[in-house]
Design a protein around this ligand. Structure first.
Ligand code: S3P
Length: 168
């Protein structure tokens, strides 16, 4: 079985589902946002504020290059990792790339806390920002091998579906 790589918009459940997939498969779970924060010794909002988005994207790019050489991993990416097609291509080398998606209302509810997501915090109207960014990013998420919804379902069913797809 290949690595399982979760891509998708903020609030689609990448970290929660990645952790559960890791529990079930006994494969190591790597959350890219968490790893970047650990390596940098600061939070993602702090990195965005001090260095800007481009700098963060380069950190993501460097991490993808390192991770895409490894095996037996469950990887949860950041919501913007797929913006760079090279990232998706690299992650596909040893992994099956699954895009998680959810309804706008669910994304809105799951990302409503301010101060955590610098990309959304830039906008006055958060809901509208989600709608626009989702539309803008759709072609990037469409690069995934498979898509799995995390709305109107539960953690168990989502994980069963992902494991089924990864075994194909
Ligand atoms: C981002 C999503 C975040 C994080 C950063 C940028 C984005 O990850 O990588 O704030 O551009 O969509 P989550 O999807 O885990 O919130």
């Amino acid at each position: 079985m290949k690595n399982i790589v979760l891509i998708g918009f903020m609030g689609t459940g990448k970290s929660t589902i990645g952790r559960e997939l890791s529990r079930r498969t006994s494969w190591k779970f790597l959350d890219m946002d968490q790893l970047i924060e650990k390596e940098q010794g600061r939070t993602i909002p702090e990195i965005f504020a001090a260095e800007g988005e481009e700098y963060f994207r380069q950190l993501e790019r460097d991490l993808v290059k390192r991770l895409s050489e490894k095996s037996r991993l469950i990887i949860s990416t950041g919501g913007g990792t797929a913006k760079n097609p090279d990232n998706v291509a690299d992650l596909k080398k040893k992994g099956v790339v699954i895009c998680l998606y959810a309804d706008v209302d669910d994304i809105y509810a799951r990302t409503s806390r301010r101060g955590r997501r610098p990309v959304l915090d830039q906008y006055e109207d958060r809901r509208q920002a989600i709608v626009e960014l989702l539309a803008q990013r759709q072609p990037m998420y469409d690069q995934a091998d498979y898509k799995v919804s995390t709305s109107n379902t539960n953690l168990n069913d989502v994980c069963n579906e992902i494991i089924r797809l990864a075994k194909r």
